[in-house]
Design a protein. Structure first.
Length: 72
């Protein structure tokens, strides 16, 4: 444990890496949606769903890290 009560090493690193990995596809698809390519509407609906799901999933590791920081 470090001075903030966070475990040193694998668990903290894994959660931060998971947040980053889940955010990358959402950012990429958001860029595609903003560039307004001539893609079918179903593609944009699918990308919106994936962006929403990855956004929600990437919040949970960040919330766990925040809870550990508050608990200190």
């Amino acid at each position: 444990m470090d001075k903030f009560g966070l475990p040193i090493g694998s668990e903290t690193d894994a959660m931060m890496l998971l947040s980053l990995v889940l955010c990358v596809p959402a950012l990429f698809m958001g860029y595609i949606a903003l560039c307004d390519f001539d893609l079918p509407e179903i593609v944009y609906l699918g990308m919106g769903l994936i962006i929403t799901l990855t956004g929600i999933l990437s919040v949970f590791p960040a919330m766990i890290l925040l809870a550990w920081l508050i608990r200190m």
